[in-house]
Design a protein around this ligand. Sequence first.
Ligand SMILES: Nc1ccn([C@@H]2O[C@H](COP(=O)(O)OP(=O)(O)OP(=O)(O)O)[C@@H](O)[C@H]2O)c(=O)n1
Ligand SMILES: C[C@](O)(CO)[C@H](O)COP(=O)(O)O
Length: 227
Amino acid sequence: MHLILPAAGSGQRFGAGIPKQHARILHQSLLEWTLAAWQAIPISGHKLLAIAADDSVSRELAASFSDVEVIHGGRERADTVLAALMHLSPRAEPEDWVMVHDVARPCVENKDVEQLLQTCQQTQVGAILARPLTDTIKKIDNHGRVTTLDRSALWAAQTPQCFKVGDLISALEQAKERGLAITDEASAIEAMGWPVNIVTGSERNIKVTHPADAALVEYFLKLDLTT
Ligand SMILES: Nc1ccn([C@@H]2O[C@H](COP(=O)(O)OP(=O)(O)OP(=O)(O)O)[C@@H](O)[C@H]2O)c(=O)n1
Ligand SMILES: C[C@](O)(CO)[C@H](O)COP(=O)(O)O
């Protein structure tokens, strides 16, 4: 199993004036937390960190993780993941599993990664971590009319997302050709008409998107340090 860590975003919604992967959480950056979390998770294949071309801070930081290969990401997240896959493919088999995990999710847990990989290997179908929605979900139509959706079938996608290298390359290339808006790997796979399995992820595996998320992540990470 290979690992791709996309870290080439600019963190517009976080709005700190610096790429959010450099945001400080307790004593280290968000990127350091996520790299450290994956040091504790066994990966049999290659580990790729995709950073922005001008991000010398991430490049220097990754140098202390000897098993992590640094490459350049793209404009959108999907471009970043495809660039990483292109870098990986000469050294991987199309049937190999690859996990893609947002650097913005530092609280990833080994037990969830194991469960995800096991599901993929047993079913030979790609899978993602996700959480069932807990709020009542409203939809606003073009006329401003509000209706309530049946949330029992709705899930919030997390990462890691795990697919076969060959399938993910084909799906992301097709999505690009068709101009589809792809915000996660599973949506590219779904657009091909291929199945995706869902494994329930931890409520701690949140993505740092807005400043309040960083406070919550800090709380979870502190809990881990004290237990
Ligand atoms: N061109 C991009 C865009 C995003 N990402 C990465 O994808 C993950 C999830 O994306 P998101 O939270 O949307 O990050 P940003 O794009 O940085 O945030 P924003 O959309 O608020 O600008 C992050 O680890 C981010 O660095 C990436 O590698 N390449
Ligand atoms: C991949 C992802 O983290 C799943 O929730 C997400 O899609 C990243 O992009 P977004 O723009 O924050 O939805």
